[in-house]
Design a protein around this ligand. Structure first.
Ligand code: SF4
Length: 763
């Protein structure tokens, strides 16, 4: 564990309501998080992840449950105005009141008036992100009330005067020692407070005294049923139960998106919340309450009345505009489980103080900040690399990377870089709509153009790019990190290599070109950076007797998409679809080596091409090479027959294999592992969600260190694998993963295609 500085350095400043409205502010937050919070965030998110994978793996109908939850949320948001009326009637019939607050100011004024109306002196609060959104505590405190956070995590950050760093675990950035020091600073005690149990007991004793004296309890709500006014409140500590039942007055504050039509609709959400959030089948305490409760308050303060009061405050604060916005509407479906935060490699390294805005953090946080505070505070969304590991984790199927791409596109369009539009359009080939994006984005977003020229001018371009003056110039002009090891452009592209050796392959004759069983698509990464991967694929297919045709190479749009240049990405997608039209129309199987390109075809093109038939062909006819060999062509047996025993060659019989993040999300990683094992290798796979390099992300000056820190776990896992098994061959399937592994470990990294090609002999 890294040395803990967080309590003894003046640099560790509270980041309450830290705005990320400039890249400089984001850079400062990144630095502080890397220096002081990384270890605790990484440990805690990894624990959540382990629990989530186990718990969701045990839900028998997980995928259909997610569909049901999504349908409930879509229906609720569509019917929101009607449900607001229904909920108001239900709550009023139950004896409570409903207030629909326009914005943060309206909500805090109303709650403050309610509290002063009850002569409240002490308010106990349960965890509520909505109350964070409106900065409720500071308003109540300035009205003279004592406000006590009763969730342990919230209590910690209230003492530390910080904002939550995670929507479920607000204090996950702090370790036990830091919490112990914090408690001792704030409370007089001779207890050691060294263990979690001691800290919890100390907090419990303290909070009990507050609960029984409190005048008012304020909670949030995970969901609210319009037909009955029933609130769903899930928790781990039992404090919500106390907040909502001990004081005579209960105020619940919730965003209007929390309303669902009926009580029955609460249950699918409940079934998903625990497993997705904390990895529990059901959270420790599940409260389904329809207030005001028919219980005598047990507060000892101010002669509590016999009956209790309930006030529901529903917050609009930009949500109706979000509902009208086809993209931000997606965020309203969010049930705030935090699975997307925990499964994000960048969040695991940075936590929500860097990867978050005024209130909301993580991948989904940018959309929430854009909707509730404005686009300018959502710049931290740039930390979403589009790796897509969060997508299968989201219980309501929100495509979070796409949301962040759209936000980036909107930020680009509010930029002012148009003055160089002739360069962007003419030389770099951006679409006219994208020429307002910053120069750095235009540069990285048009990688195919750079690669074409880099390869034409290689090896000179490679040599020049490695010199210090050119590195310094590139850092200054396009923000390329000068310490990054740049990819080497191939002196001969794959297309040139293939042309030169075409006579060696079955695909050379015109007949085969016409009848070939399979098409090998050379993506730009294979074509300009890794021709050997393409040649290996071709060699394998040839020796297996599969007639193969090689298509032309086209840019796929991934590079532009990662910069939020959606129109440019869409132009590239259309150009590529036209180029492959012949093969797609003939419904030929197409092999794609680079996983990020395969993922474009299978997933992202759904946002870029408006042709259902074409999209179906892209989804169903494109394959990862090993997926094709094993699943589509069913060649495992033949490959085994034709492969040399790895024991007979000089390589170690073990492989450490890192599959690409998007390859995993596309379910295309498993065949590679299966095939390598079937060849007789022992295979140890990495478990990191993403290597951190993520295309161009890790080459950028501002994110270079983040990417290296994210990749740290990968390097550690390789070390662990070798100390357990002995020396391993190192293999990876993606371009950026290969670069990252090489940069972090200094090892040779092979593509699995190169391994198979070396072992396969002609029979
Ligand atoms: S976007 Fe999905 S995964 Fe992320 S917090 Fe919301 S519901 Fe959970």
């Amino acid at each position: 564990m890294a040395e803990d500085h967080s309590m003894d350095t003046p640099e560790y400043i509270p980041r309450k309501y830290a705005r990320k409205d400039s890249y400089e502010a984001l850079g400062n937050a990144i630095k502080l998080s890397l220096d002081y919070e990384q270890d605790a965030v990484r440990r805690n998110t990894n624990a959540f992840n382990t629990g989530r994978y186990q718990a969701t793996g045990k839900i028998p109908d997980y995928e259909s449950l997610k569909d049901r939850a999504r349908a409930i949320k879509e229906d609720a948001i569509r019917r929101l105005p009607e449900l607001l009326d229904t909920l108001r009637s239900s709550v009023e019939q139950n004896g409570g009141t409903v207030y629909l607050a326009r914005d943060a100011e309206d909500a805090t004024r109303h709650i403050s008036e309610l509290c002063t109306g009850y002569n409240a002196e002490l308010v106990v609060k349960a965890k509520s992100m909505t109350s964070e959104e409106i900065h409720l505590n500071s308003v109540l405190e300035s009205a003279g009330m004592e406000v006590v956070e009763t969730d342990l995590g919230e209590m910690i950050i209230q003492l530390a005067d910080e904002q939550p760093s995670h929507i479920v675990g607000p204090a996950i950035h702090r370790n036990r020692e830091q919490i112990s020091t914090l408690f001792k600073e704030h409370f007089e005690t001779n207890q050691s407070l060294d263990s979690g149990e001691e800290l919890t007991k100390f907090a419990r004793d303290l909070l009990r005294k507050k609960f029984i004296r409190a005048d008012i309890g304020i909670s949030g709500a995970n969901a609210i049923a319009a037909d009955s006014g029933t609130l769903l409140l899930v928790e781990s500590e039992g404090n919500i139960r106390m907040v909502s039942q001990a004081p005579p007055v209960h105020i619940a504050i919730a965003g209007i998106e929390k309303i669902v039509p009926s009580k029955a609709d609460l249950f699918p959400l409940l079934e998903l919340l625990g497993p997705s959030g904390t990895g529990q089948p059901l959270t420790s305490y599940t409260n389904l309450i329809t207030p005001p409760l028919n219980l005598r308050p047990f507060s000892f303060n101010h002669n509590p009345p016999d009956t209790r009061s309930f006030h529901l405050v529903l917050l609009e604060n930009g949500r109706m505009d979000m509902r009208d916005d086809p993209m931000l509407r997606e965020a309203l479906y969010c049930i705030r489980c935090a699975a997307c935060l925990n499964s994000c490699a960048n969040f695991q390294t940075l936590g929500g103080h860097a990867y978050g805005g005024e209130t909301y953090s993580g991948g989904i946080g940018a959309a929430w900040e854009a909707g509730t505070h404005g686009l300018e505070t959502a710049k931290f969304g740039e930390l979403c690399t589009g790796c897509s590991r969060c997508v299968p984790q989201c219980p309501v199927r929100i495509d979070i990377p796409w949301l962040n791409t759209v936000l980036r596109d909107r930020m680009n369009r509010s930029g002012d870089s148009e003055k160089f539009s002739f360069v962007y359009r003419g030389l770099l080939q951006s679409a006219p709509e994208d020429t307002t994006a910053p120069f750095q984005k235009q540069f990285f977003g048009n990688f195919a153009t750079l690669a074409r020229w880099g390869s034409r001018l290689a090896p000179l371009s490679n040599r020049l790019a490695a010199t210090s003056p050119v590195k310094a110039l590139l850092e200054k002009t396009v923000g390329l990190a000068r310490d990054a090891e740049l990819p080497q452009f191939a002196t001969r592209t794959f297309a040139q290599e293939y042309k030169a050796s075409r006579h060696d392959f079955n695909g050379s004759t015109p007949e085969v070109q016409k009848d070939a069983e399979v098409v090998l698509f050379p993506d730009i990464y294979v074509n300009y950076l890794h021709p050997s991967w393409g040649m290996a694929a071709l060699g394998i297919l040839n020796r297996l007797g599969i007639q193969t045709v090689v298509s032309d190479s086209f840019a796929d749009g991934r590079a532009a998409l990662s910069q939020g240049m959606v129109t440019t990405a869409s132009d590239r997608a259309h150009e590529l679809a036209d180029g492959l039209k012949r093969y797609l129309d003939e419904e030929r199987d197409i092999i794609v080596i680079e996983p990020s390109v395969l993922s474009m075809f299978r997933s992202d093109y759904g946002h870029l091409l408006n042709d259902e038939h074409l999209l179906t062909l892209f989804r169903e006819r494109t394959f990862d090479p090993f997926e094709y060999l094993l699943n589509a062509a069913n060649l495992t047996g033949r490959i085994q027959e034709m492969t040399a025993d790895p024991g007979t060659i000089s390589w170690p019989p073990r492989i450490f294999y890192h599959s690409h993040c998007q390859q995993r999300t596309s379910d295309a990683a498993e065949p590679t592992v299966k095939l390598l094992k079937s060849l007789g290798f022992e295979v140890k796979t990495s478990s990191v969600e993403c290597c951190g390099m993520a295309g161009s992300f890790g080459y950028k000056r501002e994110y270079y260190e983040v990417a290296r820190q994210v990749g740290k776990d990968l390097a550690v896992q390789l070390e662990d694998a070798e100390s357990e098994f002995g020396e391993c061959l190192v293999a990876a399937s993606g371009t950026s993963c290969t670069d990252q592994l090489k940069a972090l470990t200094g090892r040779t990294v092979m593509h699995p295609l190169e391994i198979l090609d070396s072992l396969l002999y002609t029979k």
